[in-house]
Design a protein around this ligand. Sequence first.
Ligand code: SF4
Length: 251
Amino acid sequence: MDGWVIRGLKTGIVTTKYPDETDTTPGISPGFPSETDCSKTNADKISERCPTGALKNSNEKMYVNHRRCIHCYRCLRNVQNPMDWKTDFEWATVRGELPNFPEKFKHSLHIRVVDSGDCGACLNEVKLLNNPFYNMHRLGFFITPTPRKADILLVVGPVTDHMKPALLKAYEAMPTPKRVMAVGTCALTGGIFENSFVTEQGVNDIIPVNIEIPGCPPPPLAILHGLLVLAGVKEQNIDNTLAEKTGGNNR
Ligand code: SF4
């Protein structure tokens, strides 16, 4: 936060330079643990500390299933040999094929946001995309209140039983070509609601997801990166096979 204020006072501009330049402002991202060399004994100790089962030891390496990780820091703090930690934010992952939007649409993409039962954290990060620092309008992304004018359906939350019909209606009302973006651990796997009797285990159980943004919650720049991947401006950075390396569990 301090970095933004100082830059704003010096230049009169607070908006991030991302995606033209990467943003290294302190606190811009909570980061994620990354693949780490590990002795077996230590690996078992670290795995036991992970509350979401996101860590898997294989061939003296610890792998992280980013779809499950909630960046709680339990594998970093107060452990003898902690996991390596990356503080980047380009976490968007494409599911299957991602057909591009026609070129003429790419500079004006409209997003319909559906809260399918989130705790409020992911939705707050999505709201921040409209503030002067992230200012997603400069990149051609706009929020729309109606699915009939939306190109992208952005969904947060694990999909509660009550929100399932509303989510389906919104998806069906959208014109083609349409894309679905699942934002946050709950939308990807059900998160802490995974075994609940009143929710699904993520958005993909209901409608086909094209792009996933892991994190609990993902920071605004991670969501912005996902939108840029959808628009064909950026590439994904996270290894798609990580979920397989962490036990073949795609949840
Ligand atoms: S930061 Fe992620 S991988 Fe590490 S203990 Fe927490 S949930 Fe597990």
